[in-house]
Design a protein around this ligand. Structure first.
Ligand code: PBG
Length: 484
C-alpha cells in the first residue's frame, strides 16, 4: 500500500480527508496484522507532520501500544500508533519534480522477509485433523463473576436489547451516526486596528486580533489542524461610526484590508464576512435608525449591498448577511452579480433570533445597541414556524447556505431547516454558548472539553453541515489528538 501526500506547508492546508485517508490503513481493524511503514520525507520542519501522526492515533480505536519515536527530528512527537510503524526521516531528500517546501508522506506495506516455513504442509495438517488429531486452541473464557450478593434472576425475555450494539468501543464506533471533522468548522475571528492581541473579558481564550500579525498567526494555527474557513468580525474605531454606517463599504476599511492580506498569504483560505451595519453604526444597530427609532429596511439593504460588494471585491468567498432585513439576500445577489461576483456565495442568517446569548460578542466588538433592542428585525425566540417563512424567502432569493443562530438552544430549528430545505445548513454556536462552557469549565463544574465536543456533535446531529464556533481551533486540536 502506497499513499503519497504532497503538501506545500502553510501555503496550502492539508485537507482533513487526506489525513483520515492516510490513517485508514494504519489503524483499520481490516488490517490488524499488516505491517506498515511510513516513510517521511520532509523539506520542511518535521513538527508539521505532527498533524497526520496524531490524526492516525485518533482514528485508531482498538487498544494500541505507543512507542515513542526516537530521532532528533521528532522532538515533541507523541504518536500512539501501532508498534509496527516505523518512521524514517530525511531532512533534505532530493525528489525529482517536487517543489521546495513540500513534504511527502508515503505509507507502504512493509514486508518482513519471506514467510517462515513451519514444517507441516497444508495437506498434512488437513489429514491430521481428519484423523482426529485436532490441534489445541484456548478454551472459551470463563464467564466473569458478578459481585457477591448479586440477585440471581431469570433473564428477561427480550427480543431486542439495544445495549448489544453499544458493548465495546469498536461496536460503538461502527454504529456512530454522526461524525464531526475540522472541515465542518468556520472559525469566527475578531480583528482590530491595533498591533497587539487584546483579550476579550467575557470570552476566555478569544482576542481582538491585530489584523496584521495576530490574525495571520491564528489562521495559520487553525489551518495546521484542518480548519480552513474563517469569518471576520471587525472592531471599528468609534470615530468611524456613523448613523448610516458608511465605513461598512470603505474598500480600504479594516475588513477588506484583512481579507486582502489573508488572501495574499493563504490563497486557498475560505473567508466568510459578516454583512450588517452594527460594527459601523453609531447606534449599534444592524440597520439605519430613523428619528423615531424605526430600523429602516430598504435603505439599510441599499447599504448592505455596497458592503457585500466591497467585501467581494477584496476577495471574500462567502458574504453572510446577519442583519435580518427583508429582501436583503435577493438584493445582495443582484448587486454581486451586477459587479461580476457571480462566484461569491451568500450564507444567509436565515433564522437569527433576538437572543440574549449574544452578550459577550457585543462586548467584544463594543457593538451594544445604544438604545432599544433588535426585536423588530431579529426573530422572537418563541417562534418555530416563522423560521420557515424566512427560509423560503432566502431560498427563493438565491441563498447558498441557510444559517440558524444561536445553536444549541435552537436545535429544533436546525432540524426543521435541514428537513425542509436541500441547501446546506450552518449553525452558529454563539458567544454566550461559548462563554457558558468556558465558565463552567473554569469553575470545574463541567468537563470543558467533553461538553465542547458533545455540543458540537449535537449541532451536527441536529442537521448542521457547518458550525461557526469560537471553539474551532480547540475542537480541531482535540479531533487531531492534540491536547494543549
Ligand atoms: C451582528 C452579529 C451579532 C453576532 C454575529 N453578528 C450580534 C448581534 O446580532 O447583536 C453574534 C455572534 C455571537 O454572539 O457570537 N450582525
Amino acid at each position: 500500500m502506497i499513499l503519497t501526500i504532497i503538501n506545500t506547508n502553510r501555503q496550502r492546508a492539508i485537507p482533513h480527508q487526506l489525513l483520515s485517508h492516510i490513517s485508514f490503513p494504519i489503524g483499520s481493524p481490516l488490517f490488524p496484522h499488516q505491517k506498515i511503514s511510513l516513510q517521511v520525507l520532509s523539506l520542511y520542519p518535521i513538527p508539521r507532520l505532527f498533524r497526520f501522526q496524531v490524526m492516525a492515533s485518533s482514528i485508531f480505536n482498538a487498544p494500541c501500544t505507543a512507542p515513542s519515536v526516537k530521532g532528533k527530528n521528532y522532538d515533541g512527537l507523541k504518536p500512539a500508533v501501532h508498534g509496527n510503524l516505523r518512521f524514517n526521516a530525511a531532512k533534505k531528500p532530493s525528489i525529482e519534480g517536487c517543489p521546495k517546501r513540500v513534504f511527502i508522506v508515503r505509507a507502504s506495506e512493509k514486508k518482513d522477509g519471506a514467510v517462515k516455513k513451519l514444517g507441516l504442509s497444508d495437506a498434512e495438517c488437513e489429514a491430521a485433523v481428519a484423523a482426529g488429531n485436532v490441534p489445541e486452541a484456548p478454551p472459551v473464557r470463563p464467564k466473569p463473576a458478578a459481585p457477591a450478593g448479586t440477585p440471581v434472576v431469570p433473564s428477561l425475555p427480550l427480543s431486542r436489547r439495544p445495549r448489544r450494539n453499544r458493548k465495546s468501543p469498536a461496536f460503538r464506533a461502527s454504529f456512530q451516526e454522526t461524525s464531526i471533522s475540522p472541515a465542518n468548522f468556520v472559525y469566527p475571528l475578531f480583528i482590530h486596528e491595533g498591533e497587539e492581541d487584546t483579550p476579550i473579558g467575557a470570552m476566555p481564550g478569544c482576542y481582538r486580533l491585530g489584523w496584521r500579525h495576530g490574525l495571520v498567526e491564528e489562521v495559520a494555527k487553525a489551518r495546521d489542524v484542518g480548519v480552513n474557513s474563517i469569518v471576520l468580525f471587525p472592531k471599528v474605531p468609534d470615530a468611524l461610526k456613523t448613523s448610516t454606517g458608511d465605513e461598512a463599504y470603505n474598500d480600504n476599511g479594516l475588513v477588506p484590508r484583512a481579507i486582502r492580506l489573508l488572501k495574499d498569504k493563504y490563497p486557498d483560505l475560505v473567508i466568510y464576512t459578516d454583512v450588517a451595519l452594527d460594527p459601523y453604526s453609531s447606534d449599534g444597530h444592524d440597520g439605519i435608525v430613523r428619528e423615531d427609532g424605526v430600523i429602516m429596511n430598504d435603505e439599510t439593504v441599499f447599504q448592505l449591498c455596497k458592503q457585500a460588494v466591497s467585501q467581494a471585491r477584496a476577495g471574500a468567498d462567502v458574504v453572510s448577511p446577519s442583519d435580518m432585513m427583508d429582501g436583503r439576500v435577493g438584493a445582495i445577489r443582484e448587486a454581486l452579480d451586477g459587479e461580476g461576483f457571480q462566484h461569491v456565495s451568500i450564507m444567509s442568517y436565515t433564522a437569527k433570533y433576538a437572543s440574549s446569548f449574544y452578550g459577550p460578542f457585543r462586548e467584544a466588538l463594543d457593538s451594544n445597541p445604544r438604545f432599544g433592542d433588535k426585536k423588530t428585525y431579529q426573530m422572537n425566540p418563541a417562534n418555530y414556524r416563522e423560521a420557515l417563512v424566512e427560509a423560503y424567502a432566502d431560498e427563493s432569493e438565491g441563498a447558498d447556505i441557510l444559517l440558524v443562530k444561536p445553536g444549541l438552544p435552537y436545535l429544533d430549528i436546525i432540524r426543521l431547516l435541514r428537513d425542509k430545505s436541500p441547501l446546506p445548513i450552518a449553525a452558529y454556536q454563539v458567544s454566550g454558548e461559548y462563554s457558558m462552557i468556558k465558565a463552567g469549565g473554569a469553575l470545574k463544574m463541567i468537563d470543558e472539553e467533553r461538553v465542547m465536543m458533545e455540543s458540537l456533535t449535537c449541532l451536527r446531529r441536529a442537521g448542521a453541515d457547518v458550525i461557526l464556533t469560537y471553539f474551532a481551533l480547540q475542537a480541531a486540536r482535540c479531533l487531531c489528538g492534540e491536547k494543549r
